[in-house]
Design a protein around this ligand. Structure first.
Ligand SMILES: CC(C)(COP(=O)(O)OP(=O)(O)OC[C@H]1O[C@@H](n2cnc3c(N)ncnc32)[C@H](O)[C@@H]1OP(=O)(O)O)[C@@H](O)C(=O)NCCC(=O)NCCS
Length: 128
């Protein structure tokens, strides 16, 4: 079976042997950082400039990630405030060389658009 998901992932990545925890699964912090990277790309595109993660509103570890999984990170803008954006993220693991797709995590991260002084900037205000 192939991955029939019509969405385009922001990232596709595989964990390495150094990312394994004592259960033999992948560290939660590893996948959280991949989610932060992907959501940051989407937020920076929307804000047309620099952004910073200000909060993790929600983070759910649904199923373990295994060493040979290929991870697809999907991210989209869910909400835009004055200077902040909520980015919804979903991570799907391709397992058994693509025979199985397993939703492993999802989250909602908040980013803030930044000006040159690293202070909040209106999302729709052009970056300097
Ligand atoms: C991001 C940062 C500049 C925001 O500064 P701040 O003084 O808290 O900004 P404000 O209080 O004006 O809030 C800015 C926006 O963020 C939102 N926000 C602030 N704290 C939040 C929180 N804990 N949860 C959700 N939203 C939050 C505010 O509601 C506001 O949104 P809006 O303008 O759309 O209404 C500052 O907190 C910071 O530098 N944090 C560290 C960022 C960082 O290092 N991230 C990790 C690496 S990227």
């Amino acid at each position: 079976m192939t991955n029939n998901d019509p969405r385009q992932p922001v990232l596709r990545v595989t964990p390495g042997p150094g990312d394994i925890n004592s259960n033999g699964h992948i560290f939660g912090g590893w996948v959280l950082s991949q989610m932060d990277i992907a959501a940051g790309i989407v937020a920076a595109r929307r804000a047309n400039g620099a952004v910073a993660t200000v909060a993790i509103e929600r983070m759910e570890f649904i199923a373990p990630i295994e060493l040979r999984d290929l991870i697809s990170v999907y991210a989209e803008v869910e909400r835009v405030g004055r200077t902040s954006m909520a980015i919804r993220i979903e991570v799907v693991a391709d397992r058994d060389r693509g025979d199985r797709q397993i939703k492993v995590t999802e989250g909602l991260f908040t980013f803030v658009a930044l000006d040159e002084q690293h202070r909040p900037r209106a999302v729709d205000q052009p970056a300097a």
